[in-house]
Design a protein around this ligand. Structure first.
Ligand code: NAP
Ligand code: SF4
Length: 681
């Protein structure tokens, strides 16, 4: 596609030379495993997914990881590229990207000791914290065989039409395991000295370059900071960067942290642009383009990193799931219309770990391009009323308006967002504001008739001759039934997060679901700004990150501030609290609360609340929790009276979101249910 003259993002949208290639701009779509890589079934889906991003101006993209050998698979079902038959299956993907004017690299990933297969292999027999399967150390001959496997894989990638390869050398996968003293105690030519430990990736790059010639793009993904004990020092990282450059790498992409690191690297709690210090250390020592990655989700942050001279290119993966048109909107001066990735991980990373095809909470069409290939304007313009401006209602309104319908959205309160407003009040979750900004802007652009502080009755709606009425009136907090529940010290999460009620110093939280955890975080009183130098310094201090990179692995001693309140979390079920939290974010939430001394009590029954406190029974024993406040986070009940009134009138209304099923206040389910209904009009 042709981009408009760049204005607000002059560097981001300017061309970049990489090897013999000229890239149209500095946006790289980083590798994401889509769980669609099983090519017999999903080639067409993948081709449409990548083509959609290329069409909207992404200049270079990288596939999810393909193993060069079955031993290197992430799991039994992960893709391998080791034969011409496999290469043939990939051709529709490269052809689709090239048709749209983009370039695409295949990522070669050997998972090493992270492989969830029967007998993983590694640099040594040292297992990882996150994969306890017994390991087999590769012998010297097998390591040379691995080098050949990477070269063969690169040759097959070229045969499949790829413009080059990304060699995955970060995040703690096999190549990282060889480069690091932490995992490499070997005494052969691949262990011992730093030069020997770097030999495996260096030989891979050297031989791929020799075998494939100058026009084949070779990008090496280096670990800019390992964030694990005994990880690489700054000197080692610099040496490796220079070594792979000297043997023919065209671009250095950067990875942040090994997967077994105890420091979050990409979720919403990480400030935007937090890792630029690690990328800057590499940029200063090589002549080839260096790519910055992780928690860069707006064109402003991307442009700023480029303007600071920290990197030459920006890798964004999830932001391009969230909005395939990120680049074209930025180029057209419509950055405020970008559907921003809120770094929740809910439908991308969490889905990968569940083995589900990836999509996106804010954009349920991501990865489903084939299902929506026939997406088009509706044949008949209809007048549609949507009552309720939470996630489900807003999503339904936008999709219906995009399809050409005449949409009126009624919201009872003064602001849009419903339960999303509670999420954005939680420290570290400010990214949820972007979702509200996106919907509000779409309403402007699409001309949705927005009526705030409006609660039409069934009679009023029925009188207006709408073709469709959608009820998305949401939920109310569930109030448990025990004596004293209406005591003045008992408040709901909604009132607390809305600022309508305050909590004292000692607080009991009833319910340990997603909202219970969010409320506990809120009560601890720590502020986690989403961006800015102060936010980054605070993040580094709390998590123990050494931005000077003097310490090995980039680690420092973590520092905690005293919590603002003493919090105790309760649940009736006798199971580990936090079981329902997201896989890739829950460990951070649980860790934060444990560090702040939050007590968890499972298997309790609520006996009563009185002036002395909350009386609970745990394992048969009565205990009085002397608290100043009890916050109820015991789930929700649907609010659907309007729907039933419309049905009673004989009007076939639609019911979506939390009003339909209280569990659908989960933003992912709410947004996708609204969109799916609007697709049917
Ligand atoms: P939830 O996850 O269903 O948790 C409700 C909690 O209330 C449970 O701990 C439950 O545990 C307790 N409970 C249920 N009925 C009760 C009753 N009658 N009396 C006392 N306790 C009761 O609901 P939520 O926390 O409100 O979250 C709503 C939705 O938003 C969920 O889909 C959630 O996944 C999503 N969300 C997720 C996150 C996140 O992952 N970080 C954050 C916010 C929201 P017991 O029954 O054992 O007592
Ligand atoms: Fe970003 Fe969440 Fe979408 Fe993943 S699911 S791409 S983290 S908004």
């Amino acid at each position: 596609m042709t981009l408009c003259t760049p204005t607000r993002y002059p560097i981001l949208l300017s061309p970049l030379r990489a090897g013999t290639h000229l890239l149209g701009n500095r946006v790289l779509m980083g590798a994401m495993h889509m769980q669609l890589e099983l090519l017999d079934r999903h080639t067409e889906r993948l081709a449409l997914f990548y083509a959609a991003r290329a069409r909207e101006g992404v200049s270079l993209m990288v596939t999810g990881g393909f193993a060069p050998h079955p031993d290197g698979r992430m799991d039994e079902s992960a893709p391998v590229l080791a034969s011409p038959i496999d290469a043939e299956k990939l051709k529709p993907i490269t052809a689709a990207v090239h048709r749209e004017g983009g370039k695409i690299l295949l990522q070669i990933l050997h998972a090493g000791r992270y492989a969830r297969i029967a007998r993983p292999v590694g640099a040594s027999e040292r297992p990882s914290r996150i994969n306890r399967r017994p390991l087999r150390a590769l012998d010297t001959r097998e390591v040379w065989g691995t080098v050949e496997g990477f070269v063969r894989c690169a040759e097959l990638a070229r045969a499949a039409g790829f413009d080059g390869v990304e060699i995955m050398g970060s995040e703690g996968y096999l190549l990282n395991q060889f480069t690091s003293e932490r995992t490499n105690p070997r005494s052969d030519v691949f262990g011992g000295s730093m030069e020997n430990r770097h030999r495996l990736p260096v030989e891979i790059v050297r031989r791929i370059r020799a075998a494939l010639g100058p026009d084949f793009l070779v990008m090496y993904r280096i670990s800019a900071v390992d964030l694990v004990e005994d990880g690489a020092s700054r000197t080692e990282t610099v040496q490796l960067a220079q070594a792979v450059e000297s043997v023919g790498a065209d671009i250095l992409n950067t990875g942040i942290g090994w997967h077994e690191s105890l420091i979050p690297t990409i979720m919403y709690a990480v400030p935007r642009g937090a890792w630029r210090f690690a990328v800057a250390a590499i940029k200063g020592v090589v002549g080839i383009p260096v790519v910055a990655s992780n928690r860069i989700n707006t064109p402003e942050v991307a442009e700023q990193i480029l303007a600071e001279g920290v990197a030459d290119m920006i890798s964004m993966a999830r932001p391009l799931l969230a909005d395939p048109a990120f680049v074209s909107k930025a180029a057209a001066g419509r950055a405020d219309e970008i559907n921003t990735c809120i770094a929740c991980n809910q439908a991308c990373l969490d889905y990968i770990f569940k083995g589900k095809p990836v999509t996106c909470l804010v954009n349920p069409r991501a990865g489903r391009e084939l299902d929506y290939a026939e997406w088009h304007a509706s044949r008949r313009r209809q007048r549609i009323a949507i009552v309720g401006g939470g996630g489900a209602g807003m999503s339904c309104a936008v999709t219906a308006a995009e399809r050409g319908h005449d949409v009126t959205l009624y919201e009872a309160s003064k602001r849009l967002g419903g339960q999303l407003n509670y999420a954005k009040a939680v420290p570290g979750k400010q990214e949820f504001r972007e979702l509200l900004r996106y919907f509000a802007r779409r309403f402007d652009v699409l001309g949705v008739d927005l009526r705030l502080q409006a609660s039409p009755t069934d009679e009023e709606l029925a009188a207006q001759d709408y073709d469709q009425i959608v009820v998305a009136t949401g939920v109310r907090p569930r109030i448990p039934d025990f004596p004293g529940v209406s005591h003045p010290k008992v408040i709901t999460y909604a009132d607390l997060l809305d600022g309508k009620a305050q909590a004292g110093r000692r607080v009991a939280v009833i319910g340990s679901g997603g909202i219970g955890f969010d409320v506990a975080e809120f009560l601890l009183g720590q502020q986690w700004p989403a961006e800015g130098d102060q936010a980054i310094r605070q993040f580094q201090a709390y998590w123990g990150v050494d931005p000077s990179l003097r310490a090995k692995g980039g680690l420092a001693t973590p520092l905690s501030a005293a919590p603002a309140r003493q919090v105790i979390m309760l649940q009736r079920r006798l199971e580990k609290p936090g079981r329902t939290l997201g896989l890739t974010t829950g460990w951070v939430l649980k860790g934060n609360l444990q560090r702040a001394g939050v007590e968890f009590v499972a298997g309790c029954t609520y006996e009563r609340m009185d002036d002395a406190g909350l009386h609970v029974r745990v394992e048969g024993n009565l205990r009085c929790l002397e608290v100043d406040t009890v916050v109820i986070c015991a789930g929700q009940e649907p609010v659907n009276d309007l729907y039933h009134a419309l049905i009673a009138r004989g009007f076939p209304a639609h019911l979506i979101g939390g009003a339909h099923t209280a569990a659908e206040i989960d933003a992912l389910r709410a947004i996708s249910s609204g969109m799916r209904l609007a697709m049917s009009f």
